[in-house]
Write a protein that binds this ligand. Structure first.
Ligand SMILES: C[S@@+](CC[C@H](N)C(=O)[O-])C[C@H]1O[C@@H](n2cnc3c(N)ncnc32)[C@H](O)[C@@H]1O
Length: 308
């Protein structure tokens, strides 16, 4: 049976289910309630949708068409290990992309180049979450040093969380800060490009085997354009691994992200694959290492269709 959500937004999404945030600057109206250690994170409980005053109708419309897990709330379900995987099972996608322009607004619409001007040599998720992601990569990546394999780490920084010693002839990083990319030991080359200004990827068709994107999909304001481009540059059967936790640079994340919770994030990323086209049905995996005790970690992945 198709995966359907029948409950209203108020029933489905606790309005305070906003993601954790990484760092300043924050507007004075926002209260920071806790700071975290080396992963530079701050917790924030203020839902941006209230601040921006954007109505919940768009999201309600989408979720009413999306999916319900065994009749339970997504939010409640998402807390149980194993149920994140259900979010993208048999989704009855609306015919048209259900999100509108305002869903991709950010609190801070100043140029991303300014925001990322200074390097941040920090990690954005805690060590257990990083270890879980690295382990996942080690299970799904092509073996190290496979001739011809090309990988793109999109929204990259000074770290990619690839397995220790992992190498390919070509591992490209794309990001916003050159100092960070320069220091990333796994990259063989890098490109600095603002994907919100220019979502066109500067690569040939059918040239990449794997694309990764760690804790950054929530900053993309033109995700369908970017996902179409990813499909174009992937080899047929090429793999995309989008990973995320429950943290973000709150002022730079898109409105639909900061006003929703983990399971909805899975659905949002799944929708990007679906509406971009050219991909196999996206799937979700919960690789959270110690639920409730360290940062959660979710994967939404898909492969380019062999025929695309
Ligand atoms: C939270 S950091 C994550 C960095 C890295 N993936 C990691 O795991 O440490 C977000 C990253 O998204 C990238 N990013 C943010 N906005 C972007 C934009 N408009 N265009 C391209 N990349 C962007 C930046 O390179 C930034 O390093």
């Amino acid at each position: 049976m198709a995966n359907r959500l029948g409950l209203s937004l108020q029933q489905k999404i606790p309005i305070s289910a906003g993601a954790r945030v990484y760092h300043l600057p924050l507007p004075s109206s926002i209260s920071i309630t806790c700071a975290r250690n080396r992963s530079c994170g701050y917790r924030n409980s203020t839902p941006r949708r209230l601040v921006l005053g954007i109505g919940a109708g768009l999201w309600a419309q989408f979720m009413s068409m999306a999916g319900n897990i065994g009749g339970k709330s997504f939010i409640a379900s998402a807390r149980q290990k194993g149920e994140i995987e259900q979010v993208l099972k048999n989704v009855d996608w609306p015919e048209q992309f259900p999100f509108k322009e305002e869903d991709f607004q950010r609190f801070d619409e100043s140029p991303d180049t300014s925001f990322y001007e200074a390097p941040r040599f920090v990690t954005h998720i805690d060590d257990p979450a990083i270890a879980a992601l690295t382990k996942y990569y080690s299970e799904v990546f092509p073996p190290s040093n496979t001739p011809g394999v090309v990988i793109l780490d999109m929204c990259s920084s000074w770290v990619s969380h690839f397995p220790a010693g992992y190498k390919q002839d070509r591992i490209v990083g794309m990001g916003m800060n050159e100092e960070e990319l320069k220091r990333n030991p796994v990259l063989t080359e890098y490109v600095v490009q603002d994907l919100n200004i220019n979502p066109k990827l500067p690569f040939e068709d059918n040239s990449f085997d794997v694309i990764t994107n760690v804790v950054s999909v929530d900053y993309l304001t033109k995700p369908i354009d970017v996902f179409k481009e990813m499909c174009r540059i992937l080899k047929p059967g090429g793999l995309v691994i989008m990973s995320f936790s429950n943290r973000c640079f709150w002022t730079k994340a898109i409105s639909i992200w900061t006003s929703t919770g983990d399971a909805e994030h899975v659905m949002i990323v799944g929708s990007y694959f679906h509406y971009a086209g050219g991909y196999e049905p996206p799937q979700a995996v919960d690789i959270s290492p110690n639920p409730g005790r360290s940062d959660p970690m979710y994967i939404v992945y898909s492969k380019k269709l062999a025929s695309a």
